[in-house]
Design a protein around this ligand. Structure first.
Ligand code: ACO
Length: 330
C-alpha cells in the first residue's frame, strides 16, 4: 500500500491588511517590515469567522480537487493554535460543518509545524492498517492568529495573518509512496521564547492577566530566529540522508513562511539555490500551521509541480517544534 496526495485546498479571508495600513496602527514602516521579513500584506478574518470556518473552506476545496465527498473521509486532523473553543475540538466542529460523518476527529497543537506533524500522524495511520482501515485522511492547518496578537505591539502584530490549508492523504493499492522520508522533532526547553502565557490551566485568565495582556502572543524574535535556522537545516539534511536524495535533486524547498531571511539562510545551508525556494510570504505573512499547505496548494493549482519532483517541506514553530517531510510527487 502506498500514499498519495489526492487533493489540496486553501482559503484566506477577504480582508487584506497591508504594511501601509499597519503604519497607521503602530510605529512601523513598510520598509522595515519588507526588508526584515519579506511581508507586504496579510489576510485578516472577519469577526464572525472562526478557525473552523477557514478550515472548512480549505477542506471543501481539497475534497473538490480529490473528487471525494466528505463522508468518504476516514479521519480528520486539524493543526491549529487558534481553536474555536477549548473544547470540543476544532476538528469536530469542521466535521459537522463539512459533513464528514464517518471521520475520527483530532486537533493537534504543534504551532507552525502542525501541518507536517499532521502528515506524519496521517501517514502512520494509513501505513499501520494494511487492510485499508484508513484510506482518506484530511489534514488541515488553520489559524485565526489575528485574535492572538496584541495590535499595539509592533514586535508581533506585523508578522501574522489568518488562513487555512488542507490536503488529503490517500492510500493507494500500489507501492508508490509520496512520502519518501520525514522527521518530527521538539525541544520543550525553549517553550518560553514563543508563547501565550495565560489562559491555560497553569495561569488561568483573571482580570490581572487580561490587564497585563498575558493572553496575547509573546515572542523573543531573535532567539526564535537563532533556533529556527539550525533546527530546520538539520532536519532537512536528515530527511535527505534518510532518502539518499541530494539537495541538487530537490525541485522545490517549501519552507514555513515566517521570515524570508530564515528561508534563505536554511536554503543556502542545505545547498538549495534561492530560485528553488517557494516563497509567498509577501501575500500572507506568517499563518502558522497553514503556511506550508498554502504554498503547496498554490504550487499544485499553478502547475508548478510535476510527477517525480522531490519537494522538501520544512517548518518550525512554538513548542519548540520542527519537522521536515520529503515528498516525491506522484
Ligand atoms: N517596525 C519597526 N521596528 C521594529 C518593529 C516593527 N514592526 N519590530 C521591532 N522593531 C525594532 C525593534 O524594537 C528593534 O529596535 P531597537 O534596535 O531600537 O531595539 C529593531 O527593530 C530590531 O529588532 P529585532 O527584534 O532585533 O529585529 P530582527 O531583525 O530580529 O527581526 C523578527 C524581528 C522579524 C521578529 C525576526 O527576529 C524573526 O523573524 N524571528 C523569527 C520569527 C519566527 O520564526 N517565528 C516562528 C514561528 S511563529 C509561531 O510558532 C506561532
Amino acid at each position: 500500500m502506498g500514499i498519495r496526495i489526492a487533493g489540496t485546498g486553501s482559503y484566506v479571508p477577504e480582508k487584506i491588511l497591508t504594511n501601509f495600513d499597519l503604519e497607521k496602527m503602530v510605529e512601523t514602516s513598510d520598509e522595515w517590515i519588507r526588508t526584515r521579513t519579506g511581508m507586504k500584506e496579510r489576510h485578516i478574518a472577519a469577526p464572525d469567522q472562526a478557525c473552523s470556518d477557514l478550515a472548512s473552506q480549505a477542506a471543501l476545496n481539497a475534497l473538490d480537487m480529490a473528487g471525494l465527498t466528505a463522508d468518504e473521509l476516514d479521519f480528520l486532523i486539524v493543526a491549529t493554535i487558534t481553536n474555536d473553543k477549548v473544547f470540543p475540538s476544532t476538528a469536530c466542529i469542521v466535521q459537522r460543518k463539512i459533513g464528514a460523518s464517518n471521520a475520527g476527529c483530532l486537533d493537534i497543537e504543534a504551532a507552525c509545524s502542525g501541518l507536517l506533524y499532521g502528515m506524519e500522524l496521517a501517514s502512520g495511520l494509513i501505513r499501520g492498517h494494511k487492510k485499508g482501515k484508513y484510506r482518506n485522511i484530511l489534514v488541515i492547518g488553520s489559524e485565526k492568529l489575528s485574535n492572538l496578537v496584541d495590535w499595539e505591539d509592533r514586535n508581533t502584530c506585523v508578522l501574522f495573518g489568518d488562513g487555512a490549508s488542507a490536503l488529503i492523504l490517500q492510500a493507494t493499492d500500489d507501492d508508490d509512496d509520496l512520502i519518501v522520508a520525514s522527521e518530527v522533532k521538539a525541544d520543550g526547553n525553549y517553550g518560553d521564547i514563543l508563547q501565550i502565557p495565560a489562559g491555560g490551566s497553569a495561569c488561568p485568565t483573571t482580570h490581572e492577566t487580561l490587564d497585563k495582556k498575558m493572553h496575547y502572543m509573546q515572542m523573543a524574535g531573535q532567539d526564535v530566529f537563532k533556533q529556527a535556522v539550525p533546527a530546520m537545516v538539520g532536519s532537512c539534511k536528515n530527511v535527505l540522508a534518510q532518502a539518499g536524495v541530494s539537495p541538487d535533486e530537490v525541485a522545490w524547498l517549501v519552507p514555513h513562511q515566517a521570515n524570508f531571511r530564515i528561508m534563505k539562510a536554511v536554503a543556502s545551508r542545505v545547498g538549495i539555490p534561492e530560485e528553488r525556494v517557494y516563497i509567498n510570504i509577501e501575500k500572507y505573512g506568517n499563518t502558522s500551521a497553514a503556511t506550508v499547505g498554502l504554498c503547496l496548494d498554490e504550487m499544485v493549482r499553478g502547475n508548478q509541480v510535476k510527477p517525480g519532483d522531490y519537494l522538501l517541506l520544512t517548518a518550525f514553530g512554538g513548542g519548540l517544534t520542527w519537522a521536515s517531510v520529503l515528498l516525491k510527487w506522484c
